[in-house]
Write a protein that binds this ligand. Structure first.
Ligand SMILES: [Zn+2]
Length: 113
C-alpha cells in the first residue's frame, strides 16, 4: 500500500526504499536490545541509542508500538516485569508505563473488541 509521508518541514522527498531499510534496521536493533538486556545491559542501551540516531538522521517516525519499546530518558528497552511497570487505568483510559529510571509515560489505549 502507498505510504503517505507528511512532515511539515518540507524535505519529504526521500526514497521510500531507504525508509523501509531504516525501519527494518530499527526493528532488528530493538529486538537485539531486548535480547541483550539481561546479560549485556550496556550493549542493550547502545542498540537503543542507535535506533534513536537512525530515526533522527533519516527522519523516520517510529510507530507507536516501537516507541513504547524503549525509554526516551535512559535508552533502556522497556520490558514488562524487567525494566518497566505497566499499569492500566481503565477509568482514565490510559496505560502508564513506568521505567525503572523513573520516567513515566501515559498512553491512551484503545479497547479491543
Ligand atoms: Zn528510563
Amino acid at each position: 500500500m502507498g505510504e503517505k509521508i507528511r512532515n511539515g518541514r518540507g524535505r519529504s522527498e526521500r526514497p521510500a526504499a531507504l525508509t523501509t531499510l531504516v525501519r527494518e534496521r530499527i526493528s532488528i536493533l530493538l529486538s537485539l536490545a531486548e535480547k541483550e538486556l539481561k546479560l549485556h545491559p550496556k550493549r542493550s542501551k547502545r542498540y537503543v541509542e542507535l535506533v534513536r540516531k537512525l530515526a533522527k538522521r533519516y527522519n523516520v517516525r517510529l510507530p507507536r508500538s516501537e516507541k513504547l519499546r524503549f525509554c526516551k530518558k535512559c535508552d533502556s528497552p522497556l520490558i514488562p516485569g524487567a525494566t518497566v511497570t505497566v499499569r492500566l487505568v481503565p477509568r482514565e483510559k490510559f496505560i502508564y508505563y513506568k521505567c525503572k529510571c523513573g520516567e513515566v509515560r501515559k498512553v491512551p489505549y484503545r479497547r479491543k473488541a
